[in-house]
Ligand binder design. Structure first.
Ligand SMILES: [Zn+2]
Length: 103
């Protein structure tokens, strides 16, 4: 088993294939980041929120997806909340199926 192998892969967000906004590429490196720096721009609720980043393999453009319960519970952001929740479930399901696969 290689721990260090990071490979770009295709990503789906809320049922749509993610495409790079800049170069239209469809393979991304996944990163996780904590929104501690610059959180004041969004208010204290965003402190310690997690963000998922998908970095375009070709041009390096970073696509951000924020996961925070405060966004999900905001009534005026229903569609955004649904997208975030769908993404979260997808990632969890993907992770689970990977675990089952290795078993
Ligand atoms: Zn790109």
């Amino acid at each position: 088993m290689t721990v260090s192998s990071i490979e770009a892969r295709e990503v789906s967000v809320a049922g749509h294939q993610l495409r790079c906004q800049v170069c239209d590429f469809t393979r991304f490196f996944r990163r996780e980041a904590r929104l501690s720096t610059g959180a004041s721009a969004f208010g204290q609720d965003w402190t310690n929120s997690k963000a998922e980043c998908f970095v375009c393999e070709q041009c390096g453009y970073v696509h951000w997806f924020v996961r925070t319960p405060h966004v999900a519970s905001s009534p005026e952001d229903t569609s955004l909340a649904v997208e975030i929740e769908t993404l979260r479930r997808r990632l969890e399901a993907e992770y689970d199926s990977e675990l089952e696969h290795t078993h």
